[in-house]
Design a protein around this ligand. Structure first.
Ligand code: A2P
Length: 418
């Protein structure tokens, strides 16, 4: 008698819709385009996913790191997953599958084990590191979720760009009172805007980077700040109403806000005293740079802090958030380079132009293994910044690909773009 055919078991990669904050990082990272989304969910196509794990470390919430053993022929389809409100329970496998079809061990398809502890994949789709710098503090993530949000109170909300400009950017301070909400610079939180979407479902959370350091917007207080730009146009320039940004920018003092998070375990600052920071940002991408700068500023006089170099891009001085306070920082504390693209009477400049102009200085910092680089802001600048860094390195006769690999491996190059 013929032995029954073995049933092929798949360790299926799934995304938890209850934790996912729809930040698109996984879809951008996946080197084989196995991840897709519609208005409700981000999902993994079992026909395409090869379990390479490239998407797992960059996910700020860990919602990507979910797996179910299923019979391959019965894998959850993209269509199934798009309709989910929560992950299905693990189903018992048929006896012949669990027994490997031939009385042996279960036979998962050759998929890697899940878990962030595994060596992160470094692929062309991830120009930055998937690990934090060695001296980063350990972050808390997912303390509060869609099902268990925390309520924060607005204690401040004011505009940080010129009142006469198009860029309506607000500095918003949220207080958590006696409730624990421990954060680190470089982490983000999710805000749950009230109301429902066009299909009558509650809005998903929107993610915002912290603009304040770990010990509070006001040192010693249980509060944090965000930098939020009021969205009135889509990427193509057509009129669009940003649900969460308008909600936040219109908040008044003492209003309450539903918050989830914190998120992020890699875009974190080093903590050893000699660490240097190269910070490159545009617009609201300045939030984590403000947090790290303020953390360092509070350490002046208490420790031997390293060098800070900032490249900050905005249309004009008046559209550059925090321009006033930034310019008051001591020059021997931070080396500030402003790239203004639409300042009347000045040539258009992007952050990458200034990186090239300051090549000697940047090269000097890059030669120091204590230097970490952070890039945050418009997606479009990612390629330009990488090209500029490569040019700076190549000019000095060094090999950029070797340095780039080392920067990623050592958690010294981080991107957060949108
Ligand atoms: P631009 O004047 O060409 O739009 P925004 O105000 O839209 O948030 O943009 C912040 C700054 O980033 C602006 O100066 C903008 O210039 C600039 N910028 C736009 N595209 C890029 C890019 N690909 N690389 C670097 N900077 C960019």
């Amino acid at each position: 008698m013929n032995a029954p055919l073995p049933v092929e078991v798949l360790k299926q990669h799934l995304i938890d819709p209850e934790i996912c904050i729809r930040c698109n990082t996984c879809e951008e990272t996946c080197p084989v385009d196995a991840i897709t989304h519609h208005s409700n969910n981000y999902v993994v196509d079992p026909e395409i996913c090869n379990g390479c794990m490239a998407c797992v470390p960059p996910c700020p919430t860990g919602s990507i790191d979910n797996w179910r053993l299923v019979v391959r022929a019965e894998a959850y389809s993209v269509q199934d997953q798009l309709g989910w409100e929560e992950l299905p329970q693990e189903k018992p496998l048929p006896v012949d599958a669990a027994a490997g079809g031939e009385g042996g061990q279960p036979m998962p398809a050759p998929q890697p084990e899940s878990g962030l502890a595994q060596a992160p994949a470094v692929t062309a789709a991830t120009p930055g590191a998937a690990v934090p710098p060695w001296s980063a503090a350990h972050p808390y993530v997912n303390l509060y979720t869609h099902k268990t949000p925390i309520t924060a109170t607005v204690v401040g909300n004011y505009r940080v760009t010129g009142a006469d400009t198009e860029s309506d950017i607000h500095h918003i301070v949220l207080d958590f009172g006696e409730q624990p909400f421990p954060v680190l610079e470089g982490q983000s939180i999710g805000i749950l805007p009230p109301g429902v979407d066009a299909l009558g479902r509650p809005h998903h959370a929107r993610q915002y980077s912290l603009a304040s350091p770990r010990d509070g917007e006001r040192a010693g207080y249980n509060n944090l700040s965000l930098t939020v730009k009021r969205v009135t146009q889509d990427h193509g320039g057509a009129a669009a109403h940003g649900v969460c940004s308008n909600y936040l920018c219109d908040l008044a003092k003492n209003d309450t806000v539903q918050v989830i998070g914190p998120f992020g375990h890699t875009f974190l600052m080093p903590n050893h005293p000699q660490a240097n920071l190269i910070m490159i940002c545009t617009g609201t991408g300045s939030a984590p740079m403000r947090a790290m700068t303020e953390r360092s500023r509070r350490l002046i006089g208490t420790a031997d802090i390293g060098k800070l170099m900032l490249f900050f891009g905005a249309r004009t001085e008046r559209e550059l958030p925090y321009f006033g306070p930034l310019m008051k920082l001591p020059r021997d504390f931070i080396d500030i380079n402003l790239a203004l693209s639409r300042e009347p009477g000045q040539p258009k400049r992007y952050v990458q132009d200034l990186i090239r102009e300051r090549a000697a200085h940047v090269r000097g910092l890059l030669a120091d293994r204590n230097t970490c680089i952070y890039v945050c802001g418009l997606k479009g600048m990612e390629v330009g910044v990488l090209d500029a860094l490569r040019d700076v390195v190549v000019q000095s006769g060094e090999d950029w690909s070797i340095l780039h690999d080392a920067l990623r491996r050592e958690g010294r190059l981080h991107f957060e773009t949108y």
